[in-house]
Design a protein around this ligand. Structure first.
Ligand code: 13P
Length: 253
């Protein structure tokens, strides 16, 4: 299974900065073989990224979307708007949306459903806060987020899903999870799929680790048989840093 490494730029980069990044990263493409590389710019830069990546194997993702097809939803973006820009993936339920914007499991479930129905591959983010971890609630939180997001889906619907384990305390803190913690969360996620869906859905699931990933520690995550990639924030913003991270990941598998 190819690794999937995604750059989540969050609220960073103008169109001009996006074009600059994309025109440089394409030059490294030959060094990325065996890794599916994904750039998730802000909505405003998707079109610029799409043009700048034309003909390249680097794919595009969005950071969010609404579940309705259209309507009175000021500030929201629909699946068809993303598809028009040749967006293939969409991050759903990122902890910053859950904790800063109040996104709940119902909304996450609706978004996952709409993404799958429209042929967009969702990257579903799950992960516990520091407090939940201290309370020993990590497993419970991850299972609750998975059930909340995936209830009612048939196993065959989920073959295009990616799950990112992103412990909230590791995001942007420089304090990445240990390989042991990432491994046990990834195994928990895969076992959930085996129990609630079927072996096919569990075996084909790609699981990413996210939270303070950088070129110097990516090997400890993608070296695990339970983890197939990473969702990268800060270390994806500078093109040489991100490219080194991808190359370090390739060497580790
Ligand atoms: P950092 O890599 O900056 O910790 O962010 C992780 C993240 O939230 C990716 O979605």
């Amino acid at each position: 299974m190819d690794l999937i490494i995604a750059a989540n730029w969050k609220m960073h980069k103008t169109n001009a900065e996006t074009v600059q990044f994309c025109s440089v990263i394409r030059q490294f493409e030959d060094d990325f073989r065996g890794v599916e590389v994904l750039i998730c710019p802000p909505f405003t830069a998707l079109s610029a990224a799409e043009s700048a990546l034309k003909g390249s194997s680097i794919r595009l993702g969005a950071q969010n979307m609404h579940w309705e097809a259209q309507g009175a939803r000021t500030g929201e973006i629909s699946a068809s708007m993303l598809l028009e820009l040749r967006v293939g993936y969409v991050i759903i339920g990122h902890s910053e949306r859950r904790h800063l914007m109040g996104e709940d499991d119902n909304q996450v479930r609706n978004k996952i459903g709409t993404a799958l129905e429209n042929g967009l591959k969702p990257i579903l983010c799950v992960g516990e806060t520091e407090k939940e971890r201290e309370q020993g609630a990590t497993e419970e939180v991850i299972k609750k987020q998975l059930s909340g997001a995936l209830e009612g889906h048939a196993p065959q619907d989920l073959y295009n899903l990616v799950v990112a384990y992103e412990p909230v305390w590791a995001i942007g803190t420089g304090k990445a999870a240990s390989a042991e913690d990432a491994d046990s969360a990834a195994q928990l996620i895969r076992n959930f799929f085996r129990d609630k869906f079927d072996a096919g859905a569990a075996d084909s699931l790609r699981i990413q680790y996210g939270g303070s990933v950088k070129a110097e520690n990516i090997d400890s995550f993608v070296g695990l048989s339970s983890v197939q990639g990473a969702l990268v924030g800060g270390a994806s913003l500078e093109v040489n840093t991100f490219s080194s991270l991808i190359q370090a990941a390739r060497k580790a598998v």
